[in-house]
Write a protein that binds this ligand. Sequence first.
Ligand code: XMP
Length: 508
Amino acid sequence: MIAVLDFGSQYTQLIARRIRQMGVLGEIFPCDVSPVRLKDKHASGVILSGGPASVYAPGAPDLNPELLDIGFPVLGICYGMQIMAKTLGGVVKSSGQAEYGPAEVDLETSELLFRNLGRRQSVWMSHGDRVDALPEGFTSIGFSSSSPVAAMANAGRRWYGVQFHPEVSHTPAGMDILRHFVFDICGAEADWDIGQFADQVVQEISSRVGDGKVITAVSGGVDSTVTAVLMQRAVGDQLTCIFVDNGLLREGEWEEVPARYKERMGLRVVAVDARERFLKALEGVTDPEIKRKRIGRTFIEIFEEEARRMGKVDFLAQGTLYPDVIESISQRGPSATIKTHHNVGGLPETMKLELIEPLRELFKDEVRELGRVLGIDAELLGRHPFPGPGLGIRVIGEVTGERVRILQRVDRIFLEQIRRAGIYDEIWQAFAVLLPVRAVGVMGDERTYEEAVVLRAVTSEDAMTADWSRIPEEILAEVSSRIVNEVRGVNRVLYDLSSKPPATIEWE
Ligand code: XMP
C-alpha cells in the first residue's frame, strides 16, 4: 500500500487513482495521520499531495517530522515537496512569479525517479512558491527556467520532491515517474485489483451496518446500480432499493428499470411515482442551483417517507463518485464549488439517515470495472452517465411536464441514431438540452415560432475535463431532420461545440 497524505489538493484522489492503476492500493489519509498508523498498515511508501498556497501561511497544514524519521520512502508533490523542504530545514520562498499550466523542465535522468526518461519533459505546474535553499543532504534533480529546484532528492534516505504534478495527464511522463517511485524506490508489488476493493468495502459496510436496515436510491444508471449490488453483497436483504420517478427520467425508464433490477439482479425494489410532486417543487424555478436543491430535497423527503413506511431504517447508501464530490464541496485549497451535484450538496442538514458512499473515492471507469467484477451486465455498465436531477437540469428555464416530454422525445431520437451509427461507446455522454428561447421557422408554407434544442456529445476520461465529440455530419443531419419531423413543437437543432473547461458538460 502507498499512503497518500492529503494536504488539500484537488488532485489528491487522482494520485491515489494513478497508484491503483498500477495494481497497487493507494489509500488516502489526512495530512496529520499518525506515522505509527501508517506503519501498522504496512505502507511501502508515502506521497505528500499538493495543497493550498504557501507553507508559511497561517494555518497551513504541517508535516509531522516523525513521518520522515520512521524511514518511509517519501515523494512530495508541489506543496508536498515544499513542506518536506521546510520541515527538514530548507527554505521556501515566494517565487514572485507564479507558474500555472504547462512548463518545460530538465530532469537528472541518472536518478532512479527519472530513469529512462528523456531529459527535457513537459510538465504541469501550479505553484506560487518554490524551494529556495535545499535541506541538508538534498540535491536538485530538476530545473526549469523559473525554479532552480523543480525536483529534489536525498536518494540515501529515499526522499524525493517534485514541484510539478506527475499525476495529471498533462505531464506525459508522470505515470513513469510515479511508477519508479512506487516500484523501484518503495519496492511495492502489483498485487491489488478492484476485486479486493470490493471485498474490503463489503466487509467494512457489513460491520458498520450490523443488523441495521439500509435503503438506497436506484436510477438504472451505473453508479447507483453498482452501489446497490455492492450493498446487497454486504447486507443481503437488509437492503431495500427505491426507484423514484421524478418525472425527469428518460423515456420508457419508469417501465423498464425496476423490472430489470428485480429480474436480472434479484434486488428488492420499491417504485415510487412522484412525478407530480417534483413538478410542483419546480414550479416557477429557473435558477439552476435552486432547481438542484429542490430536486435533491424532494428526493430526500421521499426517501425519508419510504423509510418511515418501512419501519426503522438506519442508513442511506448513495453512489456518489469522486468527481461529484470534488466539484460540489470547497476543499481546503484551490477547488471551488462549481455546481452542487444533488447527491452531495443538496442533502438537508436534518436528514435522519446515516450516509454510506462506497464509491466516493472512485472514478467512473473504476466503477465500471467494479461492476464487471460484481457480475453486472455489460450493456448496463456501458451506459452514458445521467445526472441525478435528470432532465430537470436539461430543460433550461422553467421545468414543465410538457417541456420535459418534448425533451424526452428529442433525447430518444438522438440516442437511437447514435446507437444505430455504432458510435455510442466512443462517446462519454450524449444528450439534448431544451432552450428557453423560441425561433421562427417555416413549415409547409406556414410560419412557425417554436422551441430550439441543443445536442451535446462529449468525449472524456473522467468528466473532470471533456471535449465535444466530432460526430460525423451525416449522423448529425439525420438526427436533426428526424427531430424536426417527429417532435412537434421543435423547429431548430443546434450542436454544442464547447469543451470543459471553460464550459461544463451539462448546461446547468
Ligand atoms: P458537469 O456538468 O459538472 O458534469 O461537467 C460532470 C458529470 O457529472 C454529471 N452530473 C451529475 N451527476 N448529479 C449527478 O449524479 C448531479 O447533480 C450532476 N450534475 C452533473 C454530468 O452528467 C457529467 O457526467
